[in-house]
Design a protein around this ligand. Structure first.
Ligand SMILES: Nc1nc2c(ncn2[C@@H]2O[C@H](COP(=O)(O)OP(=O)(O)OP(=O)(O)O)[C@@H](O)[C@H]2O)c(=O)[nH]1
Ligand SMILES: [Mg+2]
Length: 392
């Protein structure tokens, strides 16, 4: 549009045959506009579009928050404070899920006695369960925090919590329960760590632009990172973002192999992730898009895998433990990684494709690790750009 205006101006000038002062000024202005457009176009080309994809609760927004903390301004006071109600909601919802489940288990399980609460705690449980079902949660007072703590420490609730994988207990549950005293302080302002732990389901699309300039100030790449909601009803919005993507960062929560979906209690989370990853790989738009697979929630995985056999998930049915302790954790991790690699090569088909595929072991809560991982992602993408430009 602007170039038409500029061309039009050019023809007026030439029709006149000679330039007066006003013409000269217009030409200078047009040249300036053209120069700016050229610069902007160049800059736009320089911006790399990154897409965070993955199922619900796989850790996309946590990575997004880390990037904001690492390469942008982080969270100001108002933003930190805005997480207070989310964190309180996480606390109330956790205690409600556990109390309601303990009641059910106390009625239906053969070893039901261990799920039965003391009569005093049952009263507290009823009250907290009612609060947990409200849309608007009250402020976490010292009194409420004390009651929640009492209930949390009840052996029936602790027993129930060992079955958390069947109950949709959020991963942040233990962290917030361990911090109730601090959270209920009248002057409480969430810390950076609290914000990273806070669980809020993403709806819609959020984006940030950043440049991962490290200590050596070398990168200079500009990235535009998009975070989307991963639950089933959110995924239909993804497709609008699929054009011109430099890299997909696909988050897979590898600790969730014995859990079912929030949206569908009959569906194993890892099986859902497998199918979703396969679908993403097969998207024609991503033929040349780099695929960065984050095998996330490694911190939970390494604790879980020694107690819950990997073959709890159908995809890992052929898993055979070989050892104990750290060695076994590594063996299990390598097995899962291999499954994803096999899936990648199956989905991509026998013909070699011109795209990068990398796998990273991540714990999205670990800032140092995310920084290190992102540095590797950045390096890979820069090398790829140079290759494409014929400079390598
Ligand atoms: N322990 C642990 N918790 C994690 C990790 N990554 C994310 N979480 C927690 O898992 C919960 C869900 O993470 P989110 O980042 O909100 O997940 P998401 O993929 O954005 O989920 P949707 O927005 O529903 O698609 C949050 O409470 C996070 O703090 C991790 O590596 N380790
Ligand atoms: Mg999210």
């Amino acid at each position: 549009m602007l170039s038409t205006v500029i061309q039009g101006m050019g023809s007026i000038c030439s029709r006149h045959g000679q330039y007066n002062e006003a013409d000269t000024e217009e030409i200078a202005q047009a040249a300036e506009i053209e120069r700016r457009i050229a610069l902007e176009t160049k800059a736009e080309k320089h911006i790399q579009k990154l897409l965070l994809l993955g199922a619900g609760e796989s850790g996309k927004s946590t990575i997004f928050k880390q990037i904001k903390l690492l390469f942008q301004t982080g969270f100001d006071d108002a933003e930190l404070k805005s997480y207070t109600s989310v964190i309180f909601a996480n606390v109330y919802q956790t205690i409600k899920i556990l109390y309601d489940a303990s009641k059910e288990l106390a009625q239906n399980e053969s070893d039901s006695a261990k799920y039965v609460l003391s009569p005093e705690n049952e009263g507290i449980g009823e009250k907290l369960s009612e609060i947990g079902s409200r849309l608007d949660h009250p402020c976490l007072t010292k009194e409420l925090a004390h009651e929640i703590e009492t209930l949390w420490k009840d052996s029936a609730i602790q027993e129930t919590s060992t079955r958390g994988n069947e109950l949709q207990v959020p991963d942040c549950a233990n962290y917030f329960m361990d911090n109730l005293q601090r959270l209920s302080d009248v002057n409480y302002v969430p810390t950076k760590e609290d914000v990273l732990y806070a669980r809020v389901r993403t709806t819609g699309v959020v984006e940030i632009q950043f440049s991962p300039v490290g200590e050596n100030k070398k990168s200079g790449e500009v990235y535009r990172l998009f975070d989307v909601g991963g639950q089933r009803n959110e995924r239909r919005k993804w497709i609008h973002l699929f054009e011109g993507v430099t890299a997909v960062i696909f988050c897979a929560a590898i600790s969730e192999y014995d859990q079912t979906l929030f949206e569908d209690d009959n569906r194993n989370r890892m099986m859902e992730t497998k199918e979703l990853f396969d679908w993403v790989l097969k998207q024609p738009c991503f033929e040349k898009t780099s695929i960065m697979l984050f095998l996330n929630k490694f911190d939970i995985f390494e604790k879980k895998v020694l107690n819950v056999p990997l073959n709890a998930c159908d995809w890992f049915k052929d898993y055979q433990p070989v050892s104990t302790g750290k060695q076994e954790i590594e063996h299990a991790y390598e097995f899962v990684k291999k499954k994803f690699e096999e899936l990648y090569f199956q989905s991509t088909g026998p013909n070699p494709v011109d795209r990068v595929f990398k796998i990273y072991r991540t714990t999205a809560l670990d800032q140092k690790l995310v920084k290190k991982t992102f540095k590797l992602v950045d390096e890979t993408l820069r090398r790829r750009n140079l290759l494409e430009a014929g400079l390598l």
